[in-house]
Design a binder for this molecule. Structure first.
Ligand code: PNW
Length: 484
């Protein structure tokens, strides 16, 4: 049983709710003037996703959004994080390409309806679904100047058309876009050095580092535009969302493992957060990657350093980290370490889930909140994703599947760890968005892996059913947030 915090310890203006992303829920891939994204192409390529599943229909939220908002309201959600499909708004993506008014109207109506329901929108501009045309034209993230100019124009269009939005997230998990898309090739556009997997080309020793750099520079430029022209008038905030798991040394007595755990945190989190808070990449990455890691120009440093109004934190799990005695491979993205769910003493991070990379560890969440706070001088943190899949949940029939006690317990553990970090450690965490509002297209895992607090029946018109966990998230925050 998770250690429960009994008293209301979170401030009155702490905000909680649920999160999703466009390609994972919208469907209507070829409707309303939407152009294809790299995820349409990737998911329609044989062998890339489980059972060849795609986001063509997904949760059909493009048509069912009124129902979604009613359900969020029923759950008591104060906030909803969703993302905008770039190719729905600008089908070809580029700064000189035509705008799709029908796509913009969809998001305007959606945001207005959320606000009418008393739900605060947290809008992600980019959750991995790059317009395919930009990949075809100039290889997307690999062409910094073109990508930055096109992204800034896309973002500006939305700042103009959605002035009522006060919480903007530029990029979701640049680590995933870079590493999964350009180093291991398991996500769109699926590039890597292995020509049997990536006949289109790719270089796992460099491309992820270039993609990451483009994302950081695009973030910096976009934040500048927002701060110069929109922020004051809208009374809004803008930041980036970074993923990151907690890392403990495999052998806490071995200084080489202690260092390896720290290095792994730097290779996954500080890769993006150090430039934003300090103005440069971590020394450990420069040391291992040398000239393969791009350098920031003076102008880029000015743009990127200090470019977060808040730190968007996506967090799911923890690992143990063991140092390696051999030199790193050129395509290594981990920091020359081995990760495991077991430590030297045989302790295990937590029980299995449906996701091979995810095991619950609430204490790891508290540790990482502290690590981030100390390293970056106690920034305001918004937890923009946290949640779990359940081993074999997809095999459980209705109505039993709605009794998701494992997920409910995950949320109890993590939410109470957050309350402790706020109350006892002085961590400035002010929002929590559970992943996910509903079961959805879990990328390469297709629909087998479910993360929702809402069950989606893909066999019966994407009908939605609340799971137990939707109530538990609410119960926890209603107890923990101060009333006055
Ligand atoms: C996040 N990993 O992705 C994404 O932001 C969501 O879109 C996704 O559905 C959710 O987590 C659950 O997977 C991640 O392999 C995917 O470490 C994979 C990893 C981390 C985050």
């Amino acid at each position: 049983m998770a250690a429960r915090v009994e008293n209301a310890v979170l401030p009155k203006d702490f905000i909680w709710g649920f999160a999703t992303a466009s390609y994972q829920i919208e469907g209507a891939a070829n409707e309303g003037g939407r152009g294809p994204s790299i995820w349409d192409t990737f998911s329609h390529t044989p062998t890339k996703t489980a059972d060849g599943k795609t986001g063509d229909v997904a949760c059909d939220s493009y048509h069912r959004w009124r129902e979604d908002i009613a359900l969020l309201k029923q759950y008591g959600a104060q906030a909803y994080r969703f993302s905008i499909s770039w190719s729905r708004v600008i089908p070809l993506g580029g700064r000189n390409d035509p705008i799709n008014e029908e796509g913009i109207q969809f998001y305007v109506d959606f945001v207005n309806a959320l606000l009418e329901a008393g739900i605060t929108p947290f809008v992600t501009l980019f959750h991995w679904d790059l317009p395919q045309a930009l990949h075809d034209r100039y290889l997307g993230l690999l062409n910094k100047d073109e990508f930055v100019a096109d992204f800034v124009r896309y973002a500006t269009l939305l700042f103009d058309r959605l002035p009522m939005v006060k919480n903007w997230i530029t990029f979701n998990e640049p680590w995933c876009s870079a590493v999964l898309g350009y180093n291991v090739g398991l996500h769109a556009p699926g590039r890597c050095s292995d020509r049997t997997k990536s006949p289109q080309g790719g270089d796992s020793t460099r491309e992820h580092l270039i993609a990451g750099h483009s994302l950081l520079v695009a973030h910096g430029h976009t934040v500048k535009v927002y701060r110069d022209k929109y922020k004051e008038k809208a009374g809004g905030e803008i930041g980036i969302t970074l993923n990151g798991d907690w890392m403990d040394p495999w052998d806490p007595e071995d200084p080489r493992d202690v260092e390896a755990a720290e290095r792994k945190l730097e290779f996954s989190i500080a890769w993006f957060a150090d430039p934003i808070y300090f103005g440069d990449y971590p020394a450990s990455m420069r040391k291992q990657l040398g000239e393969r890691l791009p350098t920031f120009t003076e102008e880029e440093v000015k743009l990127v350093k200090g470019s977060n109004d808040f730190y968007g934190m996506n967090h799911y799990t923890a690992n143990y980290v063991k140092h390696k005695d051999t030199p790193p491979d050129d395509d290594d993205h981990l920091g020359n370490v081995e990760t495991s769910f077991y430590n030297k003493a045989g302790d295990c991070v937590g029980p299995e889930t449906q996701s091979v990379w995810l095991r619950p560890s609430p204490v790891g969440f508290r540790n990482l909140l502290n690590w981030l706070s100390k390293r970056y001088n106690y920034p305001k943190i918004y937890v923009t994703e946290n949640g779990t899949s359940l081993k074999n949940e997809n095999d459980i029939p209705l109505p039993d599947v709605l009794n998701d006690e494992f997920r409910a317990e995950y949320f109890r553990g993590y939410i109470n760890a957050l309350a402790r970090a706020h109350n006892e450690d002085g961590v400035n965490v002010m929002a929590y968005l559970a992943w996910s509002f509903m079961d959805n297209f879990e990328w390469a895992e297709g629909y087998e892996t479910r993360f929702g607090v809402t069950y989606v029946d893909y066999e019966d018109n994407q009908k939605r059913y609340p799971k137990l966990s939707s109530k538990v998230v609410r119960e926890e925050f209603e107890r923990l947030i101060k009333k006055d």
